[in-house]
Write a protein that binds this ligand. Structure first.
Ligand SMILES: C[S@@+](CC[C@H](N)C(=O)[O-])C[C@H]1O[C@@H](n2cnc3c(N)ncnc32)[C@H](O)[C@@H]1O
Length: 200
């Protein structure tokens, strides 16, 4: 168990950091994030119903879906953007409100390490450059596994800097099948994809 104060101090700092950068985040990071989305989505199929974007920020991934004409307009689909910074979410909300026809997006102010969902509710999970912010990445991953359905696709992009990749990888191997890892010199994140395998 982590000492609560260190964990909550870390969260307060993260919230303050992203609240203060939210207004210029897109201008500064759009191109760099798009290059990660391209890698994540190269073989991706939208055949399921509920997508969670964990640490969605200002909604750049959602914008990318819309622009690349993915079948995100399917009425049965639901896109949930969850973030710990209300100002990042506000930027996302502003974008959704501009396109009045979008009715299938829900934005939630929440913490990846304590997700406000019941077990096995989500079909496709994304976390793009958000997990490295966590005090305890494994705790966040356990939460993502808990709320994912059997076979749910897991699509992670994690900043490599200071990441203990061997530790994360050996943990993921116990929970994920078809595990695929992409590490490119020119991309600052490591991309990890696979499907949840829940031992019953
Ligand atoms: C580098 S930004 C990435 C945003 C978005 N995924 C993108 O690709 O542009 C990291 C995001 O993770 C969010 N975040 C950090 N810690 C979080 C946590 N514990 N729970 C939920 N979101 C978190 C931050 O508020 C921020 O919006």
């Amino acid at each position: 168990m982590n000492p609560l104060s260190k964990d909550s101090d870390n969260k307060k700092n993260i919230i303050a950091k992203y609240n203060s950068t939210s207004s210029f985040y897109d201008d500064r990071y759009r191109n760099i994030q798009n290059s990660k989305f391209k890698l994540l989505l190269r073989d991706f199929k939208f055949d399921n119903k509920i997508i969670l974007d964990a640490g969605c920020g200002t909604g750049l991934l959602f914008e990318f879906f819309l622009r690349s004409n993915q079948q995100i307009h399917n009425r049965k689909q639901r896109y949930i953007g969850l973030d710990i910074s209300w100002k990042m979410l506000k930027q996302f909300l502003y974008k959704i409100n501009k396109v009045k026809t979008i009715k299938y997006v829900n934005l939630i102010l929440g913490d990846i390490e304590n997700l406000p969902f019941r077990e096995e509710k989500i079909h496709q999970i994304f976390a793009v450059t958000s997990l490295q912010n966590l005090y305890d990445i494994e705790k966040g991953l356990r939460e993502l596994f808990r709320i994912g359905q059997q076979g749910a696709s897991l699509n992670l992009s994690i900043l490599r800097k200071n990441l203990n990749l061997d530790k994360i990888y050996s943990y993921l191997k116990t929970e994920i099948v078809d595990l695929n890892l992409i590490r490119l010199e020119k991309v600052e994140d490591v991309i990890i994809q696979g499907n949840l395998f829940k031992k019953k």
